[in-house]
Design a protein around this ligand. Structure first.
Ligand code: MG
Length: 388
């Protein structure tokens, strides 16, 4: 088959942290990639700026009341402007699209990811909540699709690289590394007094606000455990979380002969994005800064503190019980994190709200897509009612 010169990339959530870094990679490899579709939720100004610079065929602003602003600002360019989340789900199925980068935040990524899978598109998955919320459904859909799911998350990119050339049945354990977040050394009794500004000072990674708070509570690592379970078909009791404050070892895989493979690199999201976009099987050459011995001469590892970070336990509970429980957990967490970012609740109340919502919203053992949608709405209202 004759390969096209450039792959058309749909970047869902181009104005977020991963979306912006994906556009950096588009700029780094102009002969390989063409940003065909850019979408944003509500960051109209940045979307307009990105569209003027990268000239995609389409842009979508999800918030409909911003449509005219974006359309008018791009009216002198040959760019089609749409609005609404339905437009995103339709455009990702276009014959023109080769790869979909799902970089939107939270539950909002689910619908368009399902549309992309049903249209047999390759997906560079940066929206981990999709697998957290509906891993069972996504896994089922992938069985009947030609799409491949390539992880963008640095830890899952590490697992992927460690598993190249290995038989899945030889894997005995996935060892998921965690930086420990900004409160790793904060005494547990001080946690209730930590503010959003404190939590947003992440030691290693430059990320969006939502994931940075998830990193501070370690919910992010719980999500990544669930993401790994579904991506690699490994049960939660064979996924171990290890705190590694330097964020140089991105994760490890243990095999049946006792051997352990690790993947290392600088904590820079451009690396896993570059790897995911090179797949299948091609590494992209880069001139960007490489690791030196100063970066890895002092690597340390420690066990996570489940008492201090109880959302880790919540995630394992959700993995063990399955059904819609992780969907409930995710919805409650989204509501609680937003409330914390607006100084409406204390840091430790994030867990309280998640735990109460997980206990309060009805459990469904084998949810359909409609059940996930209903569960998400119900859990959000339930969590909101706890915040008043
Ligand atoms: Mg990660």
């Amino acid at each position: 088959m004759l390969m096209k010169e450039r792959r058309n990339i749909a970047i869902l959530g181009s104005t977020g942290s991963i979306g912006r870094q994906t556009l950096d990679i588009m700029t780094e490899y102009p002969t390989l990639f063409n940003p065909w579709l850019l979408t944003a939720n509500s960051s109209a100004d940045l979307l307009i700026e990105q569209a003027r610079k990268h000239l995609p065929a389409y842009v979508v602003i999800a918030k409909e009341n911003l449509y005219e602003k974006v359309r008018d600002a791009l009216s002198d360019l040959p760019i089609c402007v749409h609005s609404g989340s339905e437009a995103i789900s339709q455009l990702v199925t276009s014959n023109e699209v080769d790869t979909v980068v799902t970089a939107m935040v939270g539950y909002s990524g689910l619908e368009s990811t399902i549309a992309a899978i049903n249209a047999n598109k390759d997906i560079a998955l940066a929206n981990k909540e999709t697998l957290v919320v509906a891993g069972q459904l996504i896994t089922e859909l992938l069985k009947h699709s030609h799409s491949a799911l390539y992880p963008v998350d640095s830890e899952h990119g590490a697992f992927y690289q460690c598993l190249v050339g290995e038989r899945r049945e030889d894997v005995t354990k996935l060892i998921l590394t965690a930086s420990g977040g900004p409160f790793r050394n904060t005494p547990i009794e001080q946690l209730p007094y930590m503010t959003a500004a404190d939590a947003l000072k992440h030691p290693n990674w430059d990320m969006g606000a939502k994931i940075t708070i998830d990193s501070a509570t370690m919910m992010n690592k719980g999500f990544e455990m669930l993401e790994a379970k579904w991506l690699f078909g490994i049960d939660h009791d064979r996924i171990e979380i290890v705190v590694h404050p330097q964020s140089i070892v991105h994760s490890m895989v243990e095999f049946c002969d006792g051997s352990v493979k690790a993947q290392l690199g600088l904590p820079d999201m451009h690396l896993p994005i570059r790897y995911a976009l090179g797949l299948p099987g091609k590494r992209l050459v880069t001139d960007s800064h490489k690791m030196t011995i100063d970066d890895y001469c002092n690597l340390t590892f420690e066990r996570p503190d489940f008492e201090k970070f109880p959302l880790l336990t919540a995630a394992y509970t959700a993995a063990r019980q399955g059904g819609n429980l992780a969907c409930i957990m995710n919805a409650a967490n989204e509501v609680a994190v937003a409330a914390f970012l607006h100084d409406r609740i204390h840091f430790t109340q994030i867990h309280d709200i998640v735990a109460k919502t997980m206990a309060g919203v009805p459990f469904i053992a084998s949810p359909s897509y409609d059940d996930y949608v209903a569960t998400n709405n119900e859990a959000r209202s339930y969590a909101e009612s706890l915040i008043q």
